[in-house]
Design a protein around this ligand. Sequence first.
Ligand code: SF4
Ligand code: SF4
Length: 339
Amino acid sequence: MSKLQFDEAICAKCTTYDCLIKCQYMDFDLEKAKEERWKLIKGQNSFVLKDCVTCYACEEYCPYNNHPFYHIVEQQEKFDIHPVPRPLEKAQVAMMEPNHRIEQKKLTEPVINMCVFSMLKSAIRGKLFQDASVIMGRDIFCNLMYLHFARNSTIAERLPKIIDNITTYYLKPNNIKELVCYHDECYGTYTSWAPAFGIEVPFKPVHLFDYLYSKLLELKSDIKPLNLKVAYHRNCSTRLIPETEHFVNDIFSLIGVTRAKREYDYENALCCGAVFEAQQRFELAEKIQDKIVEDLKASGVSHCVYNCPMCFFTLAEKVSKAGIIPVMMSDLCQQALGE
Ligand code: SF4
Ligand code: SF4
Protein backbone atom coordinates (compact mmCIF):
# COMPACT_ATOMS: atom_id res chain seq x y z
CA MET A 1 0.00 0.00 0.00
CA SER A 2 1.58 3.31 -1.07
CA LYS A 3 1.98 6.07 1.50
CA LEU A 4 3.36 9.60 1.14
CA GLN A 5 6.77 10.00 2.73
CA PHE A 6 6.25 13.39 4.36
CA ASP A 7 8.46 14.02 7.41
CA GLU A 8 7.02 16.54 9.86
CA ALA A 9 10.36 16.56 11.75
CA ILE A 10 11.87 18.32 8.71
CA CYS A 11 9.18 21.03 8.92
CA ALA A 12 9.82 21.37 12.67
CA LYS A 13 13.38 22.49 11.87
CA CYS A 14 12.36 24.70 8.92
CA THR A 15 12.90 28.43 9.40
CA THR A 16 11.67 29.73 6.03
CA TYR A 17 8.31 28.04 5.32
CA ASP A 18 9.09 28.71 1.67
CA CYS A 19 6.37 26.26 0.62
CA LEU A 20 3.76 28.88 1.55
CA ILE A 21 5.80 32.12 1.73
CA LYS A 22 6.71 31.82 -1.97
CA CYS A 23 3.20 30.83 -3.12
CA GLN A 24 2.18 33.22 -5.91
CA TYR A 25 -1.53 32.70 -5.43
CA MET A 26 -1.89 33.29 -1.66
CA ASP A 27 -0.28 35.88 0.66
CA PHE A 28 1.50 34.83 3.85
CA ASP A 29 3.87 36.33 6.37
CA LEU A 30 6.15 33.91 8.23
CA GLU A 31 3.84 33.53 11.25
CA LYS A 32 0.79 32.82 9.12
CA ALA A 33 2.71 30.40 6.89
CA LYS A 34 3.91 28.52 9.97
CA GLU A 35 0.44 28.42 11.50
CA GLU A 36 -1.28 27.12 8.35
CA ARG A 37 1.46 24.58 7.53
CA TRP A 38 1.19 23.15 11.04
CA LYS A 39 -2.58 22.96 10.82
CA LEU A 40 -2.07 20.82 7.71
CA ILE A 41 0.60 18.68 9.37
CA LYS A 42 -1.69 18.04 12.34
CA GLY A 43 -4.44 16.96 9.96
CA GLN A 44 -6.60 20.05 10.56
CA ASN A 45 -8.44 22.01 7.91
CA SER A 46 -6.95 25.26 6.57
CA PHE A 47 -8.04 27.80 3.97
CA VAL A 48 -4.93 26.67 2.05
CA LEU A 49 -6.76 23.52 0.98
CA LYS A 50 -9.54 25.50 -0.68
CA ASP A 51 -7.47 28.38 -2.05
CA CYS A 52 -4.60 26.31 -3.46
CA VAL A 53 -4.80 26.52 -7.26
CA THR A 54 -2.69 23.33 -7.60
CA CYS A 55 0.19 24.98 -9.46
CA TYR A 56 2.63 22.38 -7.98
CA ALA A 57 5.24 25.12 -7.30
CA CYS A 58 5.67 24.44 -3.58
CA GLU A 59 7.20 21.08 -4.48
CA GLU A 60 10.05 23.16 -5.90
CA TYR A 61 10.02 25.85 -3.19
CA CYS A 62 10.59 23.41 -0.30
CA PRO A 63 14.39 23.38 0.14
CA TYR A 64 14.23 19.91 1.74
CA ASN A 65 12.14 18.10 -0.87
CA ASN A 66 9.57 17.27 1.81
CA HIS A 67 6.65 17.14 -0.67
CA PRO A 68 4.43 19.96 0.66
CA PHE A 69 2.17 19.89 -2.38
CA TYR A 70 1.61 16.13 -2.36
CA HIS A 71 0.77 16.61 1.33
CA ILE A 72 -1.78 19.33 0.45
CA VAL A 73 -3.39 16.94 -2.04
CA GLU A 74 -3.60 14.26 0.67
CA GLN A 75 -5.37 16.71 2.97
CA GLN A 76 -7.71 18.04 0.26
CA GLU A 77 -8.81 14.49 -0.42
CA LYS A 78 -9.26 13.77 3.28
CA PHE A 79 -11.47 16.87 3.74
CA ASP A 80 -13.43 16.07 0.56
CA ILE A 81 -12.32 19.30 -1.12
CA HIS A 82 -12.75 19.24 -4.90
CA PRO A 83 -10.67 21.92 -6.71
CA VAL A 84 -12.44 21.00 -9.98
CA PRO A 85 -16.27 20.69 -9.90
CA ARG A 86 -17.31 17.11 -9.18
CA PRO A 87 -19.08 16.37 -12.54
CA LEU A 88 -15.94 17.42 -14.44
CA GLU A 89 -13.74 15.43 -12.07
CA LYS A 90 -15.92 12.35 -12.42
CA ALA A 91 -15.94 12.60 -16.22
CA GLN A 92 -12.15 13.02 -16.39
CA VAL A 93 -11.48 10.08 -14.09
CA ALA A 94 -13.79 7.84 -16.14
CA MET A 95 -12.52 9.09 -19.53
CA MET A 96 -8.89 8.34 -18.79
CA GLU A 97 -9.33 4.91 -17.27
CA PRO A 98 -7.04 2.23 -18.76
CA ASN A 99 -8.88 0.62 -21.69
CA HIS A 100 -7.01 -2.71 -21.72
CA ARG A 101 -6.07 -2.53 -25.39
CA ILE A 102 -2.35 -2.86 -24.82
CA GLU A 103 -0.48 -5.54 -26.78
CA GLN A 104 3.17 -6.52 -27.02
CA LYS A 105 5.01 -5.00 -29.97
CA LYS A 106 8.50 -4.98 -31.34
CA LEU A 107 10.34 -1.83 -30.30
CA THR A 108 13.74 -0.36 -31.05
CA GLU A 109 15.53 2.23 -28.92
CA PRO A 110 14.97 4.99 -28.15
CA VAL A 111 11.45 4.29 -26.90
CA ILE A 112 9.50 7.55 -26.65
CA ASN A 113 6.56 7.58 -24.26
CA MET A 114 3.98 10.03 -25.66
CA CYS A 115 1.53 9.26 -22.84
CA VAL A 116 -1.91 10.33 -24.16
CA PHE A 117 -0.63 12.97 -26.60
CA SER A 118 -1.16 10.83 -29.71
CA MET A 119 -2.04 13.97 -31.70
CA LEU A 120 1.64 14.99 -31.48
CA LYS A 121 3.08 11.74 -32.78
CA SER A 122 4.40 13.48 -35.90
CA ALA A 123 6.78 15.46 -33.64
CA ILE A 124 8.83 12.25 -33.43
CA ARG A 125 10.65 12.57 -36.73
CA GLY A 126 13.95 13.41 -38.40
CA LYS A 127 17.54 12.96 -37.27
CA LEU A 128 16.75 13.57 -33.60
CA PHE A 129 14.45 10.57 -33.43
CA GLN A 130 16.02 8.20 -35.94
CA ASP A 131 14.95 4.57 -35.26
CA ALA A 132 12.73 5.73 -32.38
CA SER A 133 9.68 3.71 -31.38
CA VAL A 134 6.65 5.48 -29.95
CA ILE A 135 4.32 4.16 -27.28
CA MET A 136 1.14 5.88 -26.07
CA GLY A 137 -2.42 5.40 -24.93
CA ARG A 138 -4.58 5.18 -21.82
CA ASP A 139 -2.99 1.91 -20.71
CA ILE A 140 0.27 3.79 -20.13
CA PHE A 141 -1.22 7.16 -19.10
CA CYS A 142 0.74 8.36 -16.06
CA ASN A 143 -2.42 9.73 -14.34
CA LEU A 144 -0.45 12.50 -12.60
CA MET A 145 -2.95 15.15 -13.72
CA TYR A 146 -5.21 13.93 -10.89
CA LEU A 147 -3.04 16.01 -8.56
CA HIS A 148 -5.16 18.90 -9.88
CA PHE A 149 -8.28 17.01 -8.82
CA ALA A 150 -7.15 16.24 -5.23
CA ARG A 151 -6.96 12.55 -6.09
CA ASN A 152 -3.67 11.06 -4.99
CA SER A 153 -5.75 7.92 -4.45
CA THR A 154 -6.54 7.59 -8.18
CA ILE A 155 -2.85 7.90 -9.08
CA ALA A 156 -1.90 5.41 -6.36
CA GLU A 157 -4.54 2.95 -7.55
CA ARG A 158 -3.64 3.10 -11.25
CA LEU A 159 0.09 3.76 -11.36
CA PRO A 160 1.40 0.30 -10.36
CA LYS A 161 -0.60 -1.24 -13.23
CA ILE A 162 0.62 1.44 -15.65
CA ILE A 163 4.24 0.75 -14.67
CA ASP A 164 3.60 -2.96 -15.04
CA ASN A 165 2.03 -2.44 -18.50
CA ILE A 166 5.05 -0.47 -19.72
CA THR A 167 7.46 -3.05 -18.37
CA THR A 168 5.62 -6.25 -19.29
CA TYR A 169 4.28 -5.32 -22.70
CA TYR A 170 6.93 -2.95 -24.04
CA LEU A 171 10.31 -2.83 -22.32
CA LYS A 172 11.03 -6.35 -21.03
CA PRO A 173 10.13 -8.30 -24.21
CA ASN A 174 12.44 -5.99 -26.17
CA ASN A 175 15.20 -6.02 -23.55
CA ILE A 176 14.98 -2.22 -23.20
CA LYS A 177 15.78 -0.50 -19.92
CA GLU A 178 15.25 3.21 -20.70
CA LEU A 179 12.07 5.13 -21.40
CA VAL A 180 12.25 8.64 -22.85
CA CYS A 181 9.38 10.69 -21.41
CA TYR A 182 8.02 13.18 -23.93
CA HIS A 183 6.13 15.07 -21.25
CA ASP A 184 7.49 16.44 -17.94
CA GLU A 185 4.40 14.98 -16.29
CA CYS A 186 5.47 11.37 -17.02
CA TYR A 187 9.06 12.03 -15.96
CA GLY A 188 7.74 13.70 -12.79
CA THR A 189 5.53 10.69 -12.13
CA TYR A 190 8.40 8.22 -12.27
CA THR A 191 11.12 10.29 -10.60
CA SER A 192 9.16 12.36 -8.05
CA TRP A 193 5.63 11.13 -7.26
CA ALA A 194 6.33 7.38 -7.38
CA PRO A 195 9.36 7.51 -5.02
CA ALA A 196 7.51 9.93 -2.72
CA PHE A 197 4.79 7.28 -2.35
CA GLY A 198 7.18 4.32 -2.17
CA ILE A 199 6.25 2.92 -5.60
CA GLU A 200 9.10 1.16 -7.39
CA VAL A 201 9.92 2.05 -10.99
CA PRO A 202 11.82 -0.81 -12.67
CA PHE A 203 13.02 1.16 -15.73
CA LYS A 204 15.16 4.25 -16.20
CA PRO A 205 13.07 7.33 -17.09
CA VAL A 206 14.90 9.82 -19.32
CA HIS A 207 13.66 13.38 -19.64
CA LEU A 208 13.00 14.51 -23.23
CA PHE A 209 15.39 17.47 -22.82
CA ASP A 210 18.16 15.18 -21.58
CA TYR A 211 17.60 13.03 -24.67
CA LEU A 212 17.44 16.04 -27.04
CA TYR A 213 20.59 17.55 -25.56
CA SER A 214 22.58 14.31 -26.04
CA LYS A 215 21.31 13.92 -29.62
CA LEU A 216 22.12 17.54 -30.45
CA LEU A 217 25.67 17.00 -29.16
CA GLU A 218 25.99 13.99 -31.50
CA LEU A 219 24.63 16.08 -34.39
CA LYS A 220 26.56 19.23 -33.50
CA SER A 221 28.14 19.62 -36.93
CA ASP A 222 24.65 19.75 -38.54
CA ILE A 223 23.38 22.57 -36.31
CA LYS A 224 22.83 25.97 -37.87
CA PRO A 225 22.50 28.47 -35.00
CA LEU A 226 19.03 30.01 -35.03
CA ASN A 227 20.11 33.38 -33.57
CA LEU A 228 16.77 33.91 -31.84
CA LYS A 229 15.75 35.53 -28.59
CA VAL A 230 13.12 33.33 -27.02
CA ALA A 231 11.12 32.75 -23.85
CA TYR A 232 10.62 29.35 -22.24
CA HIS A 233 7.27 28.63 -20.61
CA ARG A 234 7.61 26.27 -17.63
CA ASN A 235 4.69 23.91 -17.07
CA CYS A 236 3.38 22.81 -13.68
CA SER A 237 5.11 19.41 -13.81
CA THR A 238 8.54 21.04 -14.10
CA ARG A 239 8.01 22.07 -10.45
CA LEU A 240 8.32 18.41 -9.50
CA ILE A 241 11.62 17.98 -11.34
CA PRO A 242 13.60 21.25 -11.07
CA GLU A 243 16.81 19.24 -11.49
CA THR A 244 16.00 19.01 -15.24
CA GLU A 245 15.72 22.79 -15.67
CA HIS A 246 19.37 23.25 -16.71
CA PHE A 247 18.72 21.28 -19.93
CA VAL A 248 16.67 24.21 -21.27
CA ASN A 249 19.66 26.55 -21.25
CA ASP A 250 22.02 23.74 -22.32
CA ILE A 251 19.87 23.09 -25.41
CA PHE A 252 19.44 26.79 -26.14
CA SER A 253 23.20 27.37 -26.09
CA LEU A 254 23.72 24.47 -28.54
CA ILE A 255 21.16 25.76 -31.05
CA GLY A 256 22.16 29.42 -30.85
CA VAL A 257 19.15 30.67 -28.92
CA THR A 258 19.12 33.25 -26.09
CA ARG A 259 16.64 32.87 -23.22
CA ALA A 260 15.27 36.37 -22.58
CA LYS A 261 15.23 37.78 -19.07
CA ARG A 262 11.62 37.82 -17.86
CA GLU A 263 9.82 38.51 -14.63
CA TYR A 264 7.78 35.28 -14.72
CA ASP A 265 10.50 32.76 -15.42
CA TYR A 266 12.45 30.19 -13.39
CA GLU A 267 11.07 29.96 -9.82
CA ASN A 268 8.72 32.87 -10.52
CA ALA A 269 7.01 31.18 -13.49
CA LEU A 270 3.22 31.38 -13.82
CA CYS A 271 0.83 28.57 -14.67
CA CYS A 272 -0.73 28.64 -18.19
CA GLY A 273 -4.20 28.89 -16.66
CA ALA A 274 -5.73 25.71 -18.13
CA VAL A 275 -6.18 24.31 -14.65
CA PHE A 276 -7.76 27.54 -13.38
CA GLU A 277 -10.30 27.27 -16.19
CA ALA A 278 -11.11 23.69 -15.18
CA GLN A 279 -11.53 24.99 -11.62
CA GLN A 280 -13.97 27.63 -12.99
CA ARG A 281 -11.60 30.39 -11.83
CA PHE A 282 -12.03 32.13 -15.18
CA GLU A 283 -11.08 35.63 -14.01
CA LEU A 284 -7.87 34.35 -12.48
CA ALA A 285 -7.04 32.43 -15.68
CA GLU A 286 -7.56 35.59 -17.75
CA LYS A 287 -5.51 37.73 -15.36
CA ILE A 288 -2.59 35.29 -15.25
CA GLN A 289 -2.59 34.75 -19.01
CA ASP A 290 -2.55 38.52 -19.59
CA LYS A 291 0.42 38.83 -17.21
CA ILE A 292 2.27 36.10 -19.13
CA VAL A 293 1.64 37.75 -22.50
CA GLU A 294 2.61 41.24 -21.25
CA ASP A 295 5.81 39.77 -19.81
CA LEU A 296 6.60 38.08 -23.14
CA LYS A 297 5.99 41.32 -25.05
CA ALA A 298 8.17 43.34 -22.67
CA SER A 299 11.03 40.86 -23.10
CA GLY A 300 11.15 41.38 -26.88
CA VAL A 301 11.16 37.69 -27.81
CA SER A 302 10.26 36.32 -31.23
CA HIS A 303 9.25 32.84 -29.99
CA CYS A 304 7.85 31.26 -26.85
CA VAL A 305 9.02 27.68 -26.34
CA TYR A 306 6.85 24.99 -24.69
CA ASN A 307 7.26 21.39 -23.72
CA CYS A 308 3.76 20.77 -22.38
CA PRO A 309 1.17 20.34 -25.16
CA MET A 310 -1.54 21.56 -22.75
CA CYS A 311 0.29 24.87 -22.08
CA PHE A 312 0.86 25.20 -25.84
CA PHE A 313 -2.83 24.65 -26.69
CA THR A 314 -3.94 26.99 -23.88
CA LEU A 315 -1.66 29.93 -24.66
CA ALA A 316 -0.88 29.64 -28.39
CA GLU A 317 -3.72 31.90 -29.57
CA LYS A 318 -3.03 34.74 -27.12
CA VAL A 319 0.71 34.51 -27.71
CA SER A 320 0.31 34.52 -31.51
CA LYS A 321 -2.01 37.54 -31.32
CA ALA A 322 0.80 39.35 -29.49
CA GLY A 323 3.04 38.69 -32.54
CA ILE A 324 5.08 35.95 -30.84
CA ILE A 325 5.48 32.48 -32.36
CA PRO A 326 4.60 29.57 -30.05
CA VAL A 327 6.81 26.53 -30.67
CA MET A 328 7.44 23.16 -29.07
CA MET A 329 11.01 22.52 -27.92
CA SER A 330 11.51 19.48 -30.16
CA ASP A 331 10.30 21.49 -33.21
CA LEU A 332 12.76 24.28 -32.40
CA CYS A 333 15.62 21.76 -32.21
CA GLN A 334 14.53 20.30 -35.55
CA GLN A 335 14.58 23.80 -37.07
CA ALA A 336 18.18 24.20 -35.90
CA LEU A 337 19.01 20.99 -37.79
CA GLY A 338 17.43 22.48 -40.93
CA GLU A 339 14.43 20.15 -40.81
S1 SF4 B 1 7.32 21.62 3.55
FE1 SF4 B 1 9.44 22.31 3.29
S2 SF4 B 1 9.35 24.55 3.13
FE2 SF4 B 1 7.38 23.82 3.98
S3 SF4 B 1 7.64 23.97 6.18
FE3 SF4 B 1 8.17 21.88 5.62
S4 SF4 B 1 10.38 21.91 5.26
FE4 SF4 B 1 9.70 24.06 5.27
S1 SF4 C 1 0.45 24.26 -5.21
FE1 SF4 C 1 0.80 26.38 -5.82
S2 SF4 C 1 -1.05 27.45 -5.16
FE2 SF4 C 1 -1.00 25.53 -4.02
S3 SF4 C 1 0.05 26.07 -2.10
FE3 SF4 C 1 1.59 25.23 -3.53
S4 SF4 C 1 2.47 27.08 -4.48
FE4 SF4 C 1 0.50 27.70 -3.55
